[in-house]
Design a protein around this ligand. Structure first.
Ligand code: HEC
Ligand code: HEC
Ligand code: HEC
Ligand code: HEC
Length: 493
């Protein structure tokens, strides 16, 4: 039977065919367009000369990839501010002078700013008052695509052994394409050995990760807790302390086993561990990680330009554009969801401040106990509790996103910090009471950054003048780098 006859007898078939054909045509057109577009895109990406593997400059990588390059460049935009985050320069000691007391005896008491966009990674290390004295080259590790090149040419251990200033002329490009991409295939890749090594110690091979895992692991090269080894055989070697696990308690166990501390607190003499920014670790314990949502899903969402879909490389707070970063999965209104984020962050913030207050008191009361001639043996258990309290408080406070990545875990960790801080204070008051001192230790006036820094004996003017004197060194680094880079990618005729 011919189709025409069939349609004559059963007219609905005609409609079905029509609809079907139209649908198929439409679908084919869409698929076709997508395929053509993808083919053009991937052909364009492939036909480009493979990038010189030493090439650190994102301008060069960005040639022919204008959408990724332009959005990457936009990380220099400092205009977005949310309730507790955003891209602006924010002086955290100014906002909360107690931070100076907590880091007394350590460079974070001098200068402590909120993280900004990747474009500022180099500039902010150069400008911070934390780098006025000699620092290890290891500090450059999470700042620049120049680092993998140095590791290749110098050897990893020799690179870490170097000094920040000696390698300054080699490290000038802020976080860029080469940190996350392969120069030949543009696939995502891991360029930092510390991540590979930490996985290996956990019995895992990071190179076997799925594509979706890679969308978080590229970030986990830097947005993690780490420390510089004090082992004399490999000084300042970068290590992620994940051997026992990702929680604050498990990392602390690792540090305890290695008898590690970053510095001795100037007031209380506590052996303190400074947390860096355990973003990947906190995120990994949250509901989004459990549901397979990656860092890139929220911080590098897909964007459309005409018919082209691409990954937004303007990495920043996802609250700046929730329509692309959250609303692809969530059905609430943007306002409701934003309020939900803020509510969780406010609760973490309240708890964080309450704990901070207790730890500051504990340091100052411990200092008084020493003056009241407490013995080391008596003080040891109290200082051990301050160490545990401050580590847990810092583990949450130094994480980016004010606990949003796993609010329950942040709250629980702060809860433990509170218990340790209060127990430490009780112990110190008993030590003093044994000497007949039952008065309340008075708290100093630390209501401003200046007052808090003066109280811990910092000479800020001298630090600022040392910093001002470094400007010509930075200019020399930049010009040396430009001359060296001019030689990259040149083929010998
Ligand atoms: C479910 C979405 C989501 C995922 C997944 C996610 N984040 Fe976030 N992130 C957020 C939100 C929301 C904030 C809070 C932003 C604010 O307060 O403005 C944030 C804040 C941050 C910040 C601070 C930004 C600022 O402006 O204060 C950093 C850094 C960050 N995240 C890194 C990461 C890393 C690294 C990962 C993966 C290990 C990750 N995030 C996974 C949603 C996400
Ligand atoms: C912090 C890591 C990171 C940096 C830096 C980075 N990218 Fe990406 N890039 C990604 C991620 C994640 C994706 C998504 C990959 C996927 O899911 O397949 C991506 C995707 C891409 C793609 C595939 C097409 C697309 O848009 O999805 C291209 C091309 C690309 N990036 C180019 C660049 C260029 C050029 C630079 C430097 C100007 C750069 N990237 C810097 C992480 C990064
Ligand atoms: C090579 C190390 C490195 C890698 C890889 C990296 N980051 Fe960062 N990130 C940093 C540093 C360093 C800063 C702080 C820069 C500053 O303050 O000058 C930062 C800042 C940020 C900020 C704050 C930006 C703002 O405007 O407030 C966000 C958000 C962020 N990173 C997310 C990510 C995500 C998501 C990934 C993975 C796709 C990633 N980062 C990969 C090192 C890295
Ligand atoms: C790729 C999908 C996806 C994206 C993108 C995403 N989420 Fe989610 N979100 C989920 C899933 C899945 C859950 C878990 C729902 C459940 O199991 O109840 C969730 C849960 C949440 C929760 C509840 C958390 C809790 O502890 O119960 C909040 C709040 C939230 N998301 C906020 C955001 C925000 C803000 C963004 C954008 C920055 C975002 N999400 C982006 C998938 C996503």
């Amino acid at each position: 039977m011919k189709i025409a006859q069939l349609v004559e007898r059963k007219p609905w078939i005609g409609w079905l065919l029509f609809a079907g054909t139209a649908g198929a045509v439409f679908a084919a057109a869409v698929v076709g367009a997508t395929i053509v577009e993808r083919r053009q895109e991937s052909a364009a990406l492939r036909s480009m000369d493979p990038i010189d593997p030493v090439e650190p400059r994102s301008e060069v990588w960005g040639e022919g990839r204008p959408r990724e390059y332009e959005t990457w460049k936009a990380t220099a935009d400092t205009s977005f501010r949310s309730e507790s985050g955003g891209s602006a320069m924010r002086d955290l000691i100014e906002e909360d002078p107690r931070i100076a007391i907590l880091w007394a005896g350590y460079p974070f008491s001098r200068d402590y700013n909120q993280a900004r966009g990747h474009a500022y990674a180099i500039q902010d290390v150069r400008n911070t008052l934390r780098t006025t004295g000699p620092m290890p080259a290891t500090c450059w590790t999470c700042k620049s695509p120049d680092v993998p090149r140095l590791m290749d040419t110098m050897g990893v251990a020799a690179y870490y052994k170097g000094s920040l200033n000696d390698l300054g002329h080699e490290v000038v490009n802020p976080i860029g394409c080469k940190d996350c991409h392969d120069p030949k295939t543009m696939d995502l890749r891991i360029t930092r050995p510390a991540l590979v090594e930490a996985y290996a110690r956990m019995g895992k091979d990071v190179t076997k990760s799925t594509h979706n895992e890679m969308r978080s692991l590229v970030c986990a090269q830097c947005h993690v807790e780490y420390y510089f080894s004090k082992d004399t055989a490999r000084p300042n070697y970068l290590v992620f302390p994940w051997d026992s696990g990702f929680s604050a308690a498990k990392m602390e166990k690792f540090y305890d086993q290695n008898q590690f501390h970053d510095f001795v607190h100037k007031l209380s003499k506590t052996k303190v561990i400074k947390a860096q920014h355990p973003d990947f670790e906190l995120y990994s314990q949250g509901v989004h990680a459990r549901r397979g949502v990656s860092c890139a899903d929220c911080h590098m969402p897909y964007k459309s330009e005409g018919s082209v879909k691409f990954t937004d490389h303007h990495i920043r707070s996802p609250l700046a554009d929730m329509s692309t970063s959250c609303m692809v999965c969530h059905r609430q209104s943007e306002e409701t969801l934003r309020e939900d984020v803020y509510m969780r962050q406010r609760r973490v913030n309240e708890r964080k401040f309450a704990v901070e207050d207790q730890i500051v008191r504990a340091h100052i009361e411990a200092a008084q106990a020493w003056k009241d001639s407490a013995t080391e043996k008596e003080m040891e258990p109290a200082l051990d509790k301050i160490r545990r309290a401050q580590w847990r408080w810092d583990w949450v406070a130094a994480s980016n996103g004010l606990g949003f990545h796993a609010p329950d875990v942040a709250q629980q960790t702060l809860g433990q910090a509170m218990e340790f801080a209060q127990a430490a204070r009780l112990e110190i008051s008993r030590i003093r009471a044994r000497r007949g001192k039952t008065d309340t230790v008075p708290m100093p006036d630390i209501s401003t950054k200046e007052k808090a820094q003066a109280y811990i004996g910092l000479n800020m003017d001298s630090l600022r003048s040392v910093k001002a004197g470094q400007a010509s060194m930075f200019r020399a680094w930049d010009s040396a780098a430009r001359i060296r880079e001019a030689g990259y990618g040149k083929k010998t005729p």
